[in-house]
Design a protein around this ligand. Structure first.
Ligand code: FPP
Length: 232
């Protein structure tokens, strides 16, 4: 077997929680609860594999269009998770950060997010970015507005990317999306320019370390060209 190339940065669109729950005859939110457990398993697996950055799409700028009841339950799940899991994450060496807007989220949730970032600041085995109220277009627009405020007349790629939420972080090498949909859905638009894409029909609650290894195997077999011509 060839040696696996482990991506430095993996990004994941965790789709299909609702469908999975429905198939089990359970309310949608149970899919999200199971989804959060899988997110934890996958974080651990990434630590073991030596992945340096993991970015998970938990709530998009478009998810506000869901029934408010589901939105509130998702925030409740996040509160629960942030309160209960801090110790475990610190022991695992997970530095946790959040990307996305903070101005529309419940104030107490934002306070928990900040305290998680502060208390895991020194952890150094992996950086886990949780995207909450995140949209790729919104990320770029916020960056541009800050650039304008600072008085720039012109920007280049390096400057613009240094104002994005993932400033200073290497672009994802691999994007995984579960549940059969083959789209980016306004996730990290700028950062995914050269990312390898991997899709699986499994719903997120069915995803596992074994499936992650399959995705990494597939990634290992790809030749990344970044627009160049490769010598024979
Ligand atoms: C997509 O499934 C999933 C979401 C919109 C939420 C994902 C959130 C989590 C897994 C919780 C993460 C939280 C922590 C703290 C790690 P869907 O509801 O769109 O599924 P469907 O397409 O089948 O309806």
């Amino acid at each position: 077997m060839h040696r696996m190339k482990v991506p430095r940065h993996i990004a994941i669109i965790m789709d299909g929680n609702g469908r999975w729950a429905k198939r089990q005859g359970m309310p949608r939110i149970m899919g999200h609860y199971r989804g959060a457990e899988v997110a934890e398993e996958i974080t651990k697996a990434c630590v073991d594999l030596g992945v340096e950055y993991l970015t998970l799409f938990a709530f998009s700028t478009e998810n506000w269009n869901r029934p408010m009841e589901e939105v509130n339950l998702l925030f409740e799940l996040m509160r629960d998770y942030l309160l209960k899991k801090k110790k475990d994450l610190i022991e695992l060496g997970v530095r946790m950060r959040f990307i996305g807007r903070r101005d529309r989220l419940p104030k107490d949730l934002v306070a928990l997010m900040k305290s998680m970032e502060r208390d895991t600041e020194k952890c150094d085995r992996i950086t886990l970015f949780l995207a909450v109220d995140y949209g790729g277009r919104d990320d770029i627009v916020r960056a541009v507005n800050r650039i304008i405020k600072e008085g720039f007349k012109e920007v280049d790629e390096e400057t613009l990317s240094s104002y994005l939420d993932l400033a200073g972080v290497p672009d994802p090498d691999l994007l995984i999306r579960t549940a059969g949909e083959k789209r980016i859905s306004n996730f990290l638009l700028w950062n995914l320019a050269y990312t390898e894409l991997y899709f699986t029909d499994l719903c997120w609650p069915e995803f596992s370390k074994e499936e992650l290894l399959k995705a990494i195997e597939d990634f290992s077999s790809r030749q990344r060209k970044f627009g160049r011509v490769l010598d024979e």
